[in-house]
Structure formats: C-alpha cells, structure tokens
Design a protein around this ligand. Structure first.
Ligand SMILES: Nc1ncnc2c1ncn2[C@@H]1O[C@H](COP(=O)(O)OP(=O)(O)OP(=O)(O)O)[C@@H](O)[C@H]1O
Ligand SMILES: [Mg+2]
Length: 470
C-alpha cells in the first residue's frame, strides 16, 4: 500500500456526482485524488503537476477529453490516461487510444473495474520503466565505449566521469572545440542515477540571445506578442535529470544573473510569470574558451563561474594525446565503413604516422571528418594511404599572416576589424563549400550551429530548422 501514496490521480468530469463516486473508489484503494470539473481547469492543473493517472470524461464542456489527452501526453508522455465514454462514443474512444490513451471505460461501469484498470496501468508502467532501466545500463556501457582513447589523460577523464556521475554537483567541462565535451557530458548523465531521466541540451551559442531566456525558462501565455501558449523551458524539461549548458561562455550577462539564481536557489520563474518554480536539475556546462580569462576580462560573472566550476573537467586537445590517434582512426574507419556499407578498410603505417604528427586544430571532430572523407573517396581500395588524407599530406596551408596589419596613428577599431575578418572567412568558406553550410563550418572548424548563428547575425538568414537539427 505504501507506494500508492506517490500516485496522484486527476479525475475530470463535469458531473459532480460522477467525480465524487470515482474519487471515493480511488481513495478507498489508497490513491491520492484531485478533481477538475471542466477541461480548462484540467489543462491548467496538468501544466502544474505531472499526474500519474488522468481519468477523464470524453465529452466535457469547453475542451474535450481528447484535448486533455493531447496536452497531458505532450507535457508528460508517461501519463496514463483513461477515458470515460458515454453511449455511442466508442469510435472517439478508439481514436483516443490510437493517440496514446491507455484505456477507456464505457459508461456506466463498475467502480471495481475502474480501480482494476488503474492498477493494471500503473503495473505496466512500472514494468516499462524497469525495462528502461535495463536499457539504461546498456546505454552506460555504450556511452563509455563510445569514448575512445586510452592515453593517461583520457583514463583520468574516465575516472572523473565515474566519480562525478554519482553526484549532483555542477560540472564544468573545458576543452577546445571537437575534443569530445558533449560525449563526456552524455557519459556523466548516462552512468549516474539520473540516467532514466531526461538529458536536455541547450547550446547557448547557437540560440539568438534574445530567445535564450525563453528557451531556458519557458513562458506563460501572453508573456509577449507571440506567446499564444504556455511553454515550458529546458530547465523544467530537465527536472530530475541533467541540463547540459553547451558553450556557456556565450550566455549574455543578464541571463548569467538568472542562471546564477537557479544554481543557488534551484528555482526560477517562467517569462511573464511571478510564480516560482522549483526544479531538481543537475547542471553540466561546457565551454571551449578559457572561462576564467573571460571572467578576468569582465565578460563573464565571477560568481557564476565559481558556481559552475565546482567540478572542473579539462579535456586536453588531441595534439597533447597523440597516442590516442591510431585507436580513434581505427574506430572511425569501422564506423564509416559500416555506415557506408563497405568492406572494412585498413590504413597504412605512413598515413598513421602522418596523422599522429598533425596538429588537429579541430581535434577529434576534425580527425573524424578526415576519416569519413577518406573512407568515402577511396572507392573500392582496401588500404587507406597518405593521399587519402589531404589535410596531412598537403603541405600545411599557412594561415594568414596577421602580423602585417599595421595600426595607423589614429588607431584602429578593434571590433570592426574582427567582424570584417569574420565576415571574410565566412563568405570565403561558403564559396569554397559551394553554399554547403555543414562543409563551410567544418572548413573553419566551427560547429554548424555556431556557423549558422554567425550567418544569421550577419543578416544572411538561415531557416530555423537548420539550427535546431544540428
Ligand atoms: N574520445 C572520443 N572518442 C570517440 N569520438 C570522439 C571522441 N571525442 C570526440 N569524438 C567525436 O568528435 C565529435 C566532436 O565531439 P563533441 O561534439 O563531443 O566535441 P565538443 O568538445 O563538444 O566540441 P565543440 O566545442 O565544438 O562543441 C563527435 O562526433 C564525437 O563523437
Ligand atoms: Mg560541444
């Protein structure tokens, strides 16, 4: 009986008498019950609390039971929704089952029958989450096996992951672009006790800064011109799980204050609302710049930095762990041969030597891209050789010489110069890549999301879905 106390059931019906008898039966079986007399109230309650079970009449004044079903499943896909249907409504009930309702009961029904269906629903739900837990254990293995490299530096990182995964302390992962920060964040989540809860990522660098607050904290209806609906933010989505704040160094100052508050108080408000929402979220943040330097320059709040930097994990660039390169190359060859349905290829000693000697400014991501290209372009040859890796076999292209920029007597406008250079690089990379943004981004060793956001800031608009999907 003890466990039933944790189960909260919402009963929705416009007939007081109906709610009353259902409530009594369920309470008699040991469940906690709340009631709503119409659809609107029900939806408002669902948005406030993740009920385990919702028992609703199909026909209601205002909103129908179908809308309640959709709303509940959109917010909490695990909700068990049972519909009570009047005479002649079987068709809609079946339709609702197709949409994800757990069961339906034609009126009139025996109360014992209702209690039994609820019990059965909860039991199946329990089984499902146990299964998921098993899968989660596989996932843990997987997400660790996913990180390749046995250099001392990487072994240190594995040890750290194992330890911090068991805690809720905030983790700050620092490392150059492409070093595997996101992989590490996933490994932390999936090897800890929160692995069956959501892992939610926010790329603070790819979301335009004016939208970031909304993204993180959500909004209430009417908070701004286009806020036609409530929307929960990433913090709420990540409740009981992990929130991965990627490229946290790009967070605008005003949001840094709000983030600090969430880290301190574990509570926040949706945009446009005064109601305080409490969350239990584990934060893993990542940055590819040196955050402390940014603090010293005044671009990042010191107090926030110390709140984030509770457990630092610093991922060394690939050029400082070259011993990992052969293993990584082998792993990526396997991956891309399988993906492209090719016979497994080998790689020559010369090529390996050259790959180990290269600087890899884009780190593992760049190495992975090179291997993918080599596999794709080598046709039916089984042996990958030096010429299959143009980055290392071509004589290194000298980067622009910047020391020739003269500063005139009346000075130079720093920000204008930098933006101009950025603009040139972006346009040139797009030209070389013939407009393919993914390739252009990888030419600059940028993530595509970062690249697309830069394009957007330059006024060269990219459709939204491109940002979301990367
Ligand atoms: N140790 C590793 N083993 C296997 N794959 C790796 C490793 N490190 C990175 N990768 C791969 O390299 C790519 C980049 O990794 P990831 O996205 O985690 O890097 P990142 O540090 O988050 O980069 P950025 O700062 O640009 O976001 C991914 O495809 C990832 O799977
Ligand atoms: Mg990343």
């Amino acid at each position: 009986m003890e466990r039933k106390k944790d189960v909260k059931i919402l009963v929705v019906d416009d007939e007081d008498y109906m709610r009353e008898v259902v409530r009594t039966a369920l309470e008699g079986a040991g469940y906690e019950v709340e009631e709503a007399g119409d659809g609107k109230t029900a939806v408002a309650m669902i948005r406030q609390y993740p009920y385990n079970v919702i028992i609703t009449d199909l026909r209601l004044p205002g909103l129908t039971g179908e809308v309640i079903l959709e709303e509940a499943l959109a917010l909490f896909p695990e909700t068990i929704v049972i519909l009570m249907t009047g005479f002649g409504n079987i068709q809609s009930a079946v339709e609702a089952i197709r949409k994800g309702a757990y069961d339906y009961l034609p009126k009139p029904f025996q109360l014992a029958e209702l209690v039994m269906r609820v019990e059965k629903g909860l039991e199946e739900h329990q089984l499902k989450s146990e299964n998921r837990m098993l899968r989660g254990e596989l996932q843990e293995k997987y997400s660790f096996a996913n990180i390749i490299g046995s250099s001392a530096a990487m072994q240190n990182i594995y040890r750290l992951i194992r330890v911090v995964a068991q805690k809720t302390s905030t983790v700050l992962i620092e490392g150059e672009t492409g070093t595997g920060k996101e992989l590490i964040a996933k490994a932390i989540h999936y090897s800890g006790p929160r692995k069956d809860q959501p892992l939610v990522s926010v790329n603070c660098g790819a979301i335009p800064s004016n939208l970031l607050e909304d993204e993180l904290f959500g909004h209430v209806k009417g908070a701004f011109t286009n806020a036609h609906q409530h929307r929960i933010g990433r913090f709420e989505q990540a409740n009981h799980g992990t929130l991965f704040l990627d490229e946290v160094s790009n967070m605008p100052m005003d949001l840094q204050v709000k983030l600090l508050r969430v880290l301190q108080e574990r509570e926040f408000q949706r945009v446009g609302s005064a109601t305080t929402i409490k969350v239990d979220v584990r934060i893993v943040a990542a940055t590819n710049g040196n955050l402390l330097e940014q603090v010293e320059k005044g671009d990042f709040r010191g107090d926030l930095y110390y709140r984030l930097n509770v457990i630092p994990i610093s991922v060394p660039p690939l050029r400082q762990r070259r011993d990992d390169i052969p293993q990584l190359v082998g792993h990526f060859i396997e991956k891309y041969c399988a993906e492209q349905q090719l016979r497994l290829k080998r790689v020559s000693h010369d090529a390996i030597r050259a790959l180990m000697g290269y600087e890899w400014p884009g780190n593992v991501r760049q190495l992975e891209n090179s291997v993918e290209m080599a596999v794709a372009l080598s046709g039916d040859r089984d042996l990958l050789d030096l010429e299959d890796f143009p980055v290392v076999s071509r004589r290194p292209s000298k980067p622009e010489k910047f020391d020739t920029i003269e500063i005139p007597d009346d000075g130079i406008h720093f920000n204008t110069m930098i933006s101009e250079l950025e603009r040139k690089l972006i346009l040139q990379s797009l030209q070389i890549a013939r407009g393919n943004k993914k390739r252009a981004a990888s030419l600059l060793h940028l993530k595509r999301t970062t690249f697309v956001e830069k394009l957007r800031r330059m006024g060269m608009d990219a459709p939204d879905e491109e940002i979301a999907e990367a």
